[in-house]
Design a protein around this ligand. Sequence first.
Ligand code: 5GP
Length: 335
Amino acid sequence: AALCRALPKAELHAHLHGCVRLPTVASLAPRGVDVRCLLAPHAADRSLASCFAVFAAIHATVTTLAALRRLALEVLEDFAADGVAYLELRSTPRALQDADAAGYIACVLRAFADFEAAQLAARARLPLTPRLILSVDRSASAREAEETARLAVRLAGETAYVVGLDFSGNPTRGRFAEFTRAFEEARRAGLRTTVHTAEVEDAADTDAILAFRPDRLGHALTLTPTQLARLRAAPIPIELCPTSNKKTLGLANLTCHPTLRTLLEDDYPISISTDDSTVFQTTSSRELQLVAEACGLSAEAVAALALKPMDHVFERDAQRVESLKAHFRRAAAEA
Ligand code: 5GP
């Protein structure tokens, strides 16, 4: 546990509103929103349906720029405190009481910039580099998806913070094929793409996603043997979220995970991620530790696993990636 906390980490799959501090959300809740649901969100039950009920309650509460800013800053603080040195946070642009979707993203980016300035002023020993991926909600319309893609492309031209486009939301709704145009547009403009894949059984949807070949896949849990063989032959990095996957699939423990062990043994490109640190009550360090325990990894293997995501980050500045990797290696040698 101490080693996992001490190692610098790269977190590539974390949804902003799934990582907010629930006591803060509860304190901001307007009358009418059930605060108990936020503080004890279906305590034992973290099936997909219950998670989406929690997201709805959080969204009903975070309705102003001030609330969004506070929550975003706290999320950055929490990942930094856990030793995350590189964070790709993702979020679905939405209108607030006092902002449209573009204003929402501008607020998150301002929080990133202010957080970095504060780290610099405090001479943080292990500064966190924050990056943003805009999410397309699969239960929204194709038109909204294209607006999100265009916003991401415009912002990527203006700031180094915006690095990609994600496809997420309730996996029982919408099909990737309806949204391919938005993702093609983003790709043509040079944005990187990541797609939530095979969270529930839907081989046709997974085939459409694999045909598009995003830069990374989220989860990729219910792959058919043919799909897995295809990925082994031409790997697309997978963002693997152990606790989230365990809850989604209702697994007794991580040793029953459908792909974790085999992907590790194959040295397949994976990144161990939290998904929603609050909703799944976890941290990046803890997810690393759970994998280490379930797969009996040595200290060297754990350090290698912590470094691995740096090979498939969406960061565009290659020099920054190299200096972060050097930092990871130095810190691992000292840990
Ligand atoms: P937000 O985008 O509002 O910052 O973060 C919460 C949103 O992320 C949820 O409403 C949902 O669209 C998406 N999300 C969070 N966790 C998951 C997950 O495990 N699976 C999928 N498909 N989407 C998720």
